[in-house]
Design a binder for this molecule. Sequence first.
Ligand SMILES: C[S@@+](CC[C@H](N)C(=O)[O-])C[C@H]1O[C@@H](n2cnc3c(N)ncnc32)[C@H](O)[C@@H]1O
Length: 163
Amino acid sequence: MANNRQYRSKTLFVGTRGVKEYRSSIPVWVNESDTVLEIGCEWGTTTTIIAERAAAVIGTDVSHTVIERARERHPHIRFETLDAFDVRAALELDEDFTKIYIDMSGISGYRSLLDLIALLNSYAAVLRPEAIVVKSGALKDFASRCMAFGDDGARHDRALEDG
Ligand SMILES: C[S@@+](CC[C@H](N)C(=O)[O-])C[C@H]1O[C@@H](n2cnc3c(N)ncnc32)[C@H](O)[C@@H]1O
């Protein structure tokens, strides 16, 4: 039987819509003490923006071709080929990640929301970052309509008023 003790993860999940919003979250969520993992880095454009703010960052992508390109473009940043669904491989990067950024093709819509939530929970359980920022309009929309029962009665009233 599920109980509150099972849900002790402190990882926050942050939903962003579109690449502009995903990148604009960096000054808000990343600081100079952070070690950041980016999943789905492609050519490393966002990874370089994170690198300007964080103590360290590793960009990862399932495509070896894009990782080669990212390494050529940004030789000062570490990039590794990694399938996001292989959480064990992420653990083997052997870093104490405090923040994780995820921008993977195929996981931003409502159809893949359950897969995304399962993935987020896996990373929260295994790597235990403080926050995972993900580019998913569906997660952002869903999260904006979620609340934990009993935490704040006033919010309940407000949610009903807002309709
Ligand atoms: C929209 S691009 C990322 C753009 C990049 N984050 C940026 O801001 O420039 C999506 C990336 O997700 C990667 N991807 C798709 N499935 C993946 C998986 N299972 N694991 C890791 N990366 C994956 C793709 O190879 C692609 O490079």
